[in-house]
Design a binder for this molecule. Structure first.
Ligand SMILES: [Ca+2]
Ligand SMILES: [Ca+2]
Ligand SMILES: [Ca+2]
Length: 151
């Protein structure tokens, strides 16, 4: 890869910012129509028709080789996640910094979720799916998932 014109590649990569149908940060394929979620870039599967989401210029030195909009750095900056894993309800960083706090800047729990302080971390941070309400297992410190929350 010696002498590769990295700088010349950058404009085409920067212009690939897009938003998926699920309102997630994404990567625009060469056809300028397909917008794939950030986490499908460099996952070794070709999601764009020409495989441009797996091109070496993007994937050779993760996460540095990825455009900034595709990644989110956790509180512990040694760890990073794909941008579409921020505010998705799951504790992808391991310390919930992708779900709670100013860096993540997530909207409040949606109507499909219940907000509480969790007893045990499970895979969640503050918003739990309503399927965990009244399931006979305490998830919230104040037991609100078992007594207040409705499915
Ligand atoms: Ca891919
Ligand atoms: Ca997450
Ligand atoms: Ca529960």
């Amino acid at each position: 890869m010696q002498g590769m014109p990295i700088l010349a590649l950058w404009p085409s990569i920067i212009n690939r910012l897009c938003v998926t149908t699920n309102n997630q940060t994404g990567f625009l394929c060469d056809n300028r129509e397909t917008c794939i979620p950030a986490s499908e870039v460099c996952d070794t599967r070709k999601n764009c028709a020409n495989g441009e989401d797996e091109q070496k210029a993007l994937c050779s030195d993760l996460p540095k080789s990825l455009p900034g909009h595709l990644i989110f750095y956790c509180n512990n900056r040694r760890f990073w996640i794909y941008a579409d894993k921020r505010c998705n309800g799951f504790n992808d960083c391991g310390d919930c910094s992708d779900e709670i706090g100013p860096q993540a800047n997530c909207p409040p729990c949606g109507t499909q979720s219940w907000r509480c302080t969790l007893v045990v971390f499970y895979d969640y941070c503050t918003c739990i799916p309503r399927s965990l309400c009244r399931d006979g297992i305490q998830h919230c410190f104040d037991w609100s998932d078992e007594y207040l929350c409705t499915r």
